[in-house]
Design a protein around this ligand. Structure first.
Ligand SMILES: [Zn+2]
Length: 301
């Protein structure tokens, strides 16, 4: 699933390409993905792209006085097309969810990106896999999207300091892993980066959030900021297609079950859930004690 660093890199990439361009085509291929009825998607045609910004894991395209908001869910991605294929985006078995095309020619204040500056360009919103969770909204303001309106603090915002994190953890129910990935508490962190952050902070994912000591909160804050800052700087400026692969390569424990912990050499362990799993190092994070894998314990009974 794309998380804050990948979505940040994608929005910066797109923001640098769409500004000033006029929407010429807007073709929905995955009908279930569109969550709004009014204003219609077709009302975006003829509007001028102003910006593309990120909030949490949402991409927000400003098209004059309308916004197209995209949540990529687990298997979603946005592919810049230069040139954009002339074929209409149609419902089918492929990954295409939405095709947006811009009128030929560069936008205002934008240097041409096409080979001759005249080729029609645009982007495809795609979703891989069978689990279709990608979501699109057409709204007057991004805050009309409920999940976006209720987002918590942005962890790369200066307002997110140690005191802020201490207040959030003290007021949260649940373990630190769950709270870190709760979008209404801190925006943009998901399963992968929460594993990485907790490993760097040397904290058990199961530690109740409200029991963190001031020293642990300070460590966690440092780990959140450095993990995300490093990942954003790696991701920005990369070819968008290469982003996902690089994300995996740079992970220390997430997705590395059975491999050696880069800090201590112990084996990276896993706890599995219905549709996902978390990875951690027992030596670094849980005083050497492996966490109970509930699924495995159930199977063994
Ligand atoms: Zn370790």
């Amino acid at each position: 699933m794309p998380e804050l660093p990948e979505v940040e890199a994608l929005t910066r990439f797109l923001d640098g390409r769409i500004g000033g361009r006029i929407v010429e085509r807007c073709e929905l291929a995955a009908f279930a993905a569109l969550k709004t009825v009014e204003p219609p998607l077709s009302s975006l045609v003829g509007r001028r792209a102003r910006s593309c910004i990120r909030r949490g894991k949402y991409l927000c395209f400003e098209l004059d006085d309308r916004w197209l908001v995209v949540h990529l869910a687990r298997g979603g991605w946005i592919r810049w097309r230069d040139p954009l294929p002339p074929e209409r985006g149609r419902p089918g078995r492929g990954p295409l969810a939405l095709r947006v095309g811009f009128a030929p020619g560069a936008g205002e204040g934008v240097s041409p990106t096409g080979s001759d500056g005249e080729a029609p360009v645009g982007f495809d919103v795609t979703e891989a896999g069978t689990e279709k969770r990608l979501a699109l909204w057409v709204v007057a303001r991004p805050e009309e999207v409920e999940g976006l309106r209720t987002l918590g603090v942005e962890p790369l915002d200066p307002a997110f300091d140690v005191d802020c994190l201490a207040r959030l953890m003290a007021g949260a129910a649940g373990n630190v892993k769950t709270v870190l990935a709760s979008q209404s508490v801190i925006a943009g962190i998901g399963n992968a980066y929460s594993d990485e952050i907790l490993h760097l902070a040397r904290l058990s994912p199961y530690k109740p959030a409200r029991t963190l000591t001031p020293d642990e909160v300070a460590r966690l804050h440092g780990a959140v900021v450095s993990t995300l800052t490093d990942a954003v700087s790696r991701a920005v400026g990369q070819d968008a297609a290469a982003l996902k692969g690089d994300k995996k390569r740079a992970m220390r424990v997430h997705g590395r079950t059975g491999q050696a912990c880069p800090e201590c050499g112990d084996v990276v362990r896993e706890v599995s859930f219905a549709t996902k799993s978390l990875q951690y190092c027992a030596t670094c994070q849980t005083a050497g004690k492996p966490l109970a894998d509930r699924r495995l314990s159930r199977l063994l009974k």
